[in-house]
Design a protein around this ligand. Structure first.
Ligand SMILES: NC(=O)c1ccc[n+]([C@@H]2O[C@H](COP(=O)([O-])OP(=O)(O)OC[C@H]3O[C@@H](n4cnc5c(N)ncnc54)[C@H](OP(=O)(O)O)[C@@H]3O)[C@@H](O)[C@H]2O)c1
Length: 319
């Protein structure tokens, strides 16, 4: 059983369908899903803008928690019944999902099985992009969309590793919640100028950006000399003019990444890094912020809520 649109469209196109149960191939496990995280990428996929990479299931869902229901040949260190989380290239909106053993981690101690369903995609995204920017303790990090699933975890991870964190969100109340998560200053992007605020603070060493084109020039102006802008989303468009004079004179780097379509070995290395560096921080310093849960049959309602703009953190689907 899984939830998927039959053709690209609005939230109403998501509906439960019957399908063959996945089978564990070599070095794969089948997970009985307890919770599936909802990500903005799923909305793009539903609309037909973000097709799954070759070999991935056609239905959406980039992360799950659950218990191991079956083991393929050659799996080591995982047993049937283990409570786990997994990073997926697709297929999480289901009651069962097959995934390579290297993309599976145990549920961190102190998190409920359901809560853990909202951790993997954001943890892997933030960890890999802070690494790409060579982020270190003592540096200044600007997180755009600090109210989002990725952003709310990025604030906590940055603060936990000793960074000085600034975060943008829509409205004073949401900016205030970013401060409660560990940001020194939440910036209301509707009323305040993040460039001014970051420059007054000495500039950002690292910017984690989910906006893209609309923020490119302002991001470069908010960077400190030698800083790194990591673009992971394009909510503000894909095409913009890059002021090379500004880039050269500030000796800055602009980096773009995606997680989903990376080769298995790269994703496995990221998952291993998350286990080493992030798992010890959970749940005391870092935990997924679960805004609401929905039955899998109501995945369309969850997508509507995400488009509604009131969600702070993550939504989960429960099969
Ligand atoms: N490249 C990758 O590997 C990768 C991996 C994961 C996610 N992503 C991308 O990262 C983005 C965030 O994903 P998500 O799942 O965290 O989505 P989400 O939970 O929907 O969060 C998106 C956030 O963007 C914020 N936002 C909207 N307009 C803004 C603006 N002008 N300035 C600052 N913030 C603004 C919203 O905050 P307010 O409502 O408070 O304004 C919202 O909280 C998406 O574009 C997704 O595709 C990329």
């Amino acid at each position: 059983m899984f939830s998927t649109p039959l053709s690209p469209g609005g939230p109403e196109t998501l509906a439960l369908r019957e399908g063959a149960d996945p089978i564990a191939g070599d070095h794969e496990v089948v997970i009985r899903v307890a919770a599936a995280g909802v990500n903005r990428a799923d909305v793009l996929q539903r609309q037909g803008h973000y097709p799954p990479p070759p070999g991935a299931p056609a239905h959406p869902g980039l992360e799950v928690s659950g218990s191991v229901a079956a083991l393929g040949a050659g799996v080591a260190g995982i047993s049937e019944g283990d409570e786990v989380v997994a990073l997926l290239a697709g297929g999480g909106y289901a009651d069962l999902v097959a995934v390579h053993e290297s993309l599976v981690l145990p549920v961190p101690t102190g998190l409920s099985l359901v809560e853990a369903g909202g951790l993997m995609e954001a943890a892997c995204t933030v960890w890999s992009n802070l690494a790409a920017a060579d982020a270190t303790a003592g540096q200044t990090l600007l997180v755009h969309g600090g109210s989002g699933g990725v952003g709310s975890l990025a604030i906590q991870m940055g603060a936990a590793m000793g960074m000085r964190v600034f975060a943008t969100a829509g409205g004073r109340e949401r900016a205030g919640r970013c401060e409660e998560l560990g940001a020194e200053r939440g910036v209301d992007h509707r009323e305040e100028d993040f460039v001014e605020i970051l420059r007054a603070a000495g500039g950002a060493d690292v910017i984690l950006d989910v906006i893209g084109a609309a923020y490119l020039d302002r991001n470069l102006r908010a960077l400190r000399t030698g800083g790194a802008l990591v673009v992971i989303g394009m909510q503000g468009g894909a095409t913009a003019e890059l002021n090379l004079g500004r880039l050269l004179s500030s000796r800055a780097r602009v980096i773009g990444t995606t997680l989903r379509a990376r080769p298995l070995e790269e994703k496995a290395a990221i998952v291993a890094g998350v286990r080493r560096d992030v798992w010890p921080l959970v749940p005391d310093a870092v935990r997924p912020l679960i805004h609401a849960t929905y039955p899998l049959a109501e995945a369309g309602q969850a997508h509507r809520a995400l488009d509604g703009g009131d969600v702070f953190g993550k939504l989960l689907l429960i099969p």
